[in-house]
Design a binder for this molecule. Structure first.
Ligand code: SF4
Length: 308
């Protein structure tokens, strides 16, 4: 029996088609061009490695980036499962069409970029071939009651970089030391699988799903950004130093630096428990950000030199 994912294209308004086309073009850019903050950080880290093997790895990454742009092809074969983290004004004119716009933009980018087909229907175990499936693309939307524009992160969640992801509710009494133990256990066990140097996102909250969402949103924060909470910022630095000391190095070949950085997002918690989660981004941390106003004028704050 051939099972086919039933995706029905909907009739979009002309403005929705315009937004879809812009988004599809930007998704293709995200697939081949790293965001400005990641490019800058990789440049800094590469200068710290003095051994020929590590230099070779970084030189191969640069060559890979140049060829991706020249050939207009994704910079890694795994273009991930598409995820959108959105803040949308309640008065944004295309709010009611947003989900369809996103799905169609993913479908269009899959054909045009092109993107690898990464939507496998669980249990039925077939690839839809569309990068659209049940729950894919992931869309997380926060409504801004006063706004009339929309801003969104576009993220390509690859298999390898998703692998170290985990979440746990710590036993009462484990405290923030338990957070550090959890993170370091994950990094020493699985960090090497995620194509270092990594951006490590840590979420702290109450339950596994709240911590997990915080940890993913932490990956949307810019590399080199610092938590506004003084204690969280201190933990970011301590964890960065600790994970660097594991010595994973670029692509796990050993070296001075294992991470681009550690970002923590924390929200209030139940008094009895601390939920903690980890998500990692690889050296090819393909996340973008696009901000539209209500007229669909847009800016690309993480790809400043790109025009679509
Ligand atoms: S971890 Fe990143 S660079 Fe490595 S294969 Fe996956 S997406 Fe590509």
């Amino acid at each position: 029996m051939v099972i086919k994912y039933a995706y029905e294209e909907k009739q979009l308004s002309s403005d929705a088609i315009k937004m879809r086309d812009i988004l599809a073009a930007y998704i293709a850019v995200v697939s081949r061009k790293l965001p400005d903050d990641v490019t800058k950080k990789l440049g800094e880290l590469s200068k710290e490695e003095v051994d020929p093997l590590q230099q070779l790895v970084y030189n191969t990454m640069w060559e890979n980036q140049l060829l991706a742009e020249e050939l207009k092809r994704p910079s890694c074969q795994d273009t991930g499962a598409l995820q959108f983290f959105i803040k949308c004004g309640a008065k944004f004119p295309l709010l009611s069409e947003l989900n369809e716009i996103l799905k169609e933009a993913v479908y269009q980018a899959t054909q045009e970029a092109p993107l690898r087909h990464n939507a496998v229907q669980t249990f039925d175990e077939y690839n839809t071939g569309l990068n659209i499936g049940n729950g894919i693309p992931t869309v997380v939307t926060e409504i801004d009651g006063d706004g009339d524009g929309i801003e969104m992160y576009v993220y390509m969640a690859g298999g390898g970089c998703t692998l170290p992801g985990a979440a746990k509710v710590l036993m009462p009494g484990e405290g923030y030391e338990g957070v550090v133990r959890f993170v370091m256990d994950q990094m020493t066990s699985y960090g090497i699988n995620a194509c270092p140097p990594l951006l490590v996102g840590i979420g702290i909250a109450t339950s596994v799903e709240t911590a997990a969402m915080n940890s993913k949103l932490a990956l949307m924060r810019e590399v080199d950004s610092i938590s506004p909470n003084e204690n969280a910022a201190k933990m970011e630095q301590l964890l960065e130093d600790g994970i660097n000391n594991i010595g994973l190095g670029p692509q796990g070949f050993g070296g001075k630096k294992s991470v681009m950085g550690v970002n923590i997002i924390n929200t209030a918690r139940h008094p009895s428990v601390i939920g903690v989660a980890i998500n990692t981004g690889c050296w090819s941390h393909r996340r973008g950000k696009i901000i539209f106003d209500k007229e669909l004028n847009y800016t690309l704050p993480l790809h400043k030199e790109v025009s679509l």
